[in-house]
Ligand binder design. Sequence first.
Ligand SMILES: *Cc1c(COP(=O)(O)O)cnc(C)c1O
Length: 363
Amino acid sequence: MSETTANAVLEIDLDAIAANWATLAAGAAPADCAGVVKADAYGLGLDRVAPVLREAGCRTFFVAQIDEGIALRRLLGDAEIAVLSAPVAGVEQIYADNRLMPVIGDLPSLRAWRAAGEPGPSALHVDTGMTRLGFNPSEVQLVAAERPSGAAIVMSHLACADEPDHPLNPAQRDAFAEVVEAIGCGARASLANSSGIFLGAGYRFDLARPGMALYGLNPTPERPNPMRPAVTLRGRILQVRRIDTEVPVGYGATARVRPSAKLVTIGVGYADGLLRSLSGRGCVYLGGSRLPLVGRVSMDLIVADATHAPEADVRPGAWVEIIGPRQSPDDLAGEAGTIGYEILTSLGHRYARRWHRAEGPSE
Ligand SMILES: *Cc1c(COP(=O)(O)O)cnc(C)c1O
């Protein structure tokens, strides 16, 4: 897809992602800093993002699924790759062949890995309050008894790290410290995700696991974003329409516009990740003008109100900002009733994608 033919252009700033990793690594120090690149590096392109993180100094990577790990191994021969949420029993050899580290969080998986002769290093995941994946705290003694000699990482995951005053944070931190005491010896302890890095020294342990903040989302939602934005998305105006009688707009005729309004139709829709929950709520920017969306988001199109934009700007072929300096992915998420993570991982595949890399490796 080229910029000439595509209706939208997604630009990804790889320098910003590298700089964000360096910022997070500095914040996590003296702990090490990994990089979480699951879901195609949060929608921004694993094959582009992972080598840049590696160059920036990241050595440990987390993915969610085995196939993501295999793809990452092809890109990075020398990285440590842990697979967060995939089966272990029956696929031990696949982990071994690709030098992937299973993140083990249940006794049957642990026993299967042991029975296979521990074909490589592993990570042990203890659930301290998320109630999702990981050993129950009550199983920790059993895990300690079985303790695999190859356990390289002991980890847990924070449920409320983006709410600094949430009582679950210190509760999970203290529970995790006990887990590390019980089964940790020699393994690196890892608790903090992006937001966890900002909770303070007690949450650092040995290895941080940031994802979202690498990609420019705000890990401190109650404070200004310390990260560099990494994504811009612009869409093309396909048609400009001057309204001379009151008319309904879009599917369901949920909106009506008055005579003398000026509408623009833009070639981006929910099939491109512009969530349908933005219907009648979101906005885009044309130059400095805010254009509220009118009516429902369609599969391939949105309609926005350009009545108050300067006449010269409002023309077919002009580009509107959907994500950029005036509207971050977090802002768009707020309008859509979701989180920035869902905006990024929903980004569509019809965009012309550009990855920018001007700055070289920092060393
Ligand atoms: C996704 C994930 C992370 C990264 O979280 P962010 O909030 O994106 O920084 C870290 N650890 C685990 C277990 C995860 O699933």
